[in-house]
Structure formats: structure tokens, C-alpha cells
Ligand binder design. Sequence first.
Ligand code: ATP
Ligand code: MG
Length: 388
Amino acid sequence: MKEVVLVKLGEIALKGLNRRTFEDVLKKNIKKALYGLGWFKLSIAQSTITVTPESKDVDMDKVEDAISRVFGIVSYCRACVCEKDMEDIYAKAPRYLEDVLMEAKTFKVEAKRSDKKFPLKSPEICMELGGLLLEKFPHLTVDVHNPDVKVTVEVRDFAAYVHADSKKGAGGIPVGTGGQGCILISGGIDSPVAAYMMAKRGIKLTAVHFQSPPYTSERALEKVKKLLKLVSRYSGSITMITVPFTKLQEKIRDDCPEELFTIIMRRLMMQISERIAKDYDCTALITGESLGQVASQTIHAIACTDEAATMPVFRPLIGMDKEEIITISRKIDTFETSIEPFEDCCTIFTPKHPRTRPVLKFVKFAEEEANFAELIEEAIKNVEITEI
Ligand code: ATP
Ligand code: MG
């Protein structure tokens, strides 16, 4: 039996004149997600993309898994392709649905008839197929309100499709339709989640990571790459820019007041990230900050950090509790990697008593005294670029 995946579009169906662009990007993103799993034909009609395998022995579990992570999809389901006549539907539906129906106690049939020339009307299709299924699976009863399984028949342009329940898609809008943003990525729990959340709103990601060898290890860097790899399963490919940060951090340690170490470091990160972000056509920075989580994330500290960049800074986790962030990080599978114990450059040279209410005037004065200009240029010149 020929099987396809029916993909239902989300918010993008509402986007008026932009709809075509959104649909095209979504199709491209689905194709990319399916890369390596075989050849597929994608066709779109009535807010549904039909993904049809064209090569033999396609692993449909993998196809489904890949599609489950593509943003812009509300729901999806595997479906059996039938000819547009009831005989063929009768012949295929019981066999195709056998496994799910054997597990169920109750079911109902729903019909969607977008081809109005089909001889049976929707209620008739439901009655006929429902009757047949009751005959073939005598343990079943019909429950129209709360069935264990909802069997759906969709009569579309070129075929009829039969399927059981749909699964919830990744939601959001297609990556690439929301412009480009630059995620400041650490090895922690928060920034990968922030990256995922902005990709979900359609943003294509570039990532900047600051490393300070020998204080931070090669394994810490590998960990960040691994995290980005996991995020890229949702966001698509990411260009990662690794910035050598050691000299700047040493200069902060040597030339700045201790209680301002963290805030100055964060401001340098913003400043450098913004420069890189512009080179990569990004229009916003993204961080994993959450209000009040640590000393550098008080409202005063964030205001002070924010001033270092002119681009908008998106902080999708700003109002979330750690528990809520962890729930998402488990869902997207980054949690276990995030908690591997490797140093981040943020955790070296940390002051005993960081300022929770830094005063911008004093911070700027300390920065001017230290004069980071040359080292900033050097760091930007020596970045390493990795395609994830
Ligand atoms: P995370 O879990 O993302 O590390 P955090 O709660 O540990 O966040 P901080 O270490 O203060 O908080 O970092 C705040 C934000 O600054 C991070 O979410 C990330 O966006 C950015 N950041 C921190 N360290 C780095 C780094 N080494 N390279 C790039 N960005 C960083
Ligand atoms: Mg951190």
C-alpha cells in the first residue's frame, strides 16, 4: 500500500499575500529535513502539503520523525493512498488501519471532501466506511464524541487518503521567513532553548560562541557544537562563529574593578556579537537570559548589558522559570548535553561580589580606562567559522 505524509500548515495559512512565500520556504525546509532519507515529491493544496516518497524502501518512521521537527506545521499524519472510489477505500482502509484499530475500543469516521464531484457526500462516506469497519473489527463500537481512534477519509484532487489520528506538529512559522538572528550560545541550559524558540518564530540562526582557552577546554567547545547540532534539527543549518576571548577576559581581570568583571564581560560579548551579526546579515541578537536568574541578569544589569549593542536583543526566556526552561530543553533533547560539566568562559574570573545594580556611567568609565579597542579587533579577526 502506498503511504504518504499529509502535513497541515499552521499560522502560515493566515498570512495573506505572503502565503506563497511562506509555503515555498516550508516546502524547502521539509525537503532539507528529509535529506538522506530518499526522494520525495511535495505538492501543496488546501493548506496541506502531501509528501510522497518516490524512492523504494523509504523508512517512514524516520520521515515522520524528521517532519515532526519542522516549524510551520500544525499537525501531520501518515496516510494510505487510495483511488477515488469507495471500492478501493473499502479494500485498503481495514488493512491499513488494522494495527491501530485492534488496539482501540471505540472509533469514529470523519470525511473531508474537497473534491465536490465525488459521488458520496461526507456523511455517506462516514456511514459506509464506519459500517464496514464495524463488520471487520467486531470488538469496536462507535463513539462520536470521544473516540480512541478517529479515522479520517480525505477526498482530494488526485486521490483519496485514509488515516488515523494526526500528530501535533512543531508549530511556529517556517525558519527563514522571519529574517536572521544571531544567538549568543554558551554550553548552558538556557541559550540552546532560546535558539530553538526564536527559530520557531521563523528566524534563521547564526551562532556566536566565546571561548577562553586554556581556561576553557576543547571539550567545552565540542559540547557547544553538539548543542548546536541538536538545535539544528529544528532550525536547519547554523553557521557558528567562535571568538577567542582569553586576552579580553585577562584584560578585564587585570584592568577593571572586580565587582564589574561580569557586566563588562557581558557588554564586550554584546559588542563583538553585534559586529559579527552585521557581517552575517543578522538584524537581532538572541540570548538565553532570564530575569533575576543570576547577578548579571537583574533588571539593572540587563539594562546595562543592553546598552552595549544597538541591535534589538531578543531574550525569549526573560519571563520563564528555570523549571520551564528545563522542560523545553528536555523536549528538544539538549538537557543531557547542557549539564555535562565543562567550564564556560562566563564562569572563570567570577567576582565574589558582582554588582547587581551596576551604574552605566561607572561601567563605561572602567571600560574607557581599560581600552579594549585593539583586543576587540584582534578577536574579531581571529574568529573560527564552523558550519553546523
Ligand atoms: P546559559 O544556560 O545559556 O549558559 P546562563 O543562565 O548560564 O545561560 P549566563 O552564563 O549569565 O547565563 O549567560 C547569559 C547568556 O549569555 C547566555 O544565555 C548566552 O546567551 C550568553 N553567553 C554566555 N556565555 C556565553 C559564551 N561563552 N559565548 C556566547 N554567549 C554566551
Ligand atoms: Mg552559562
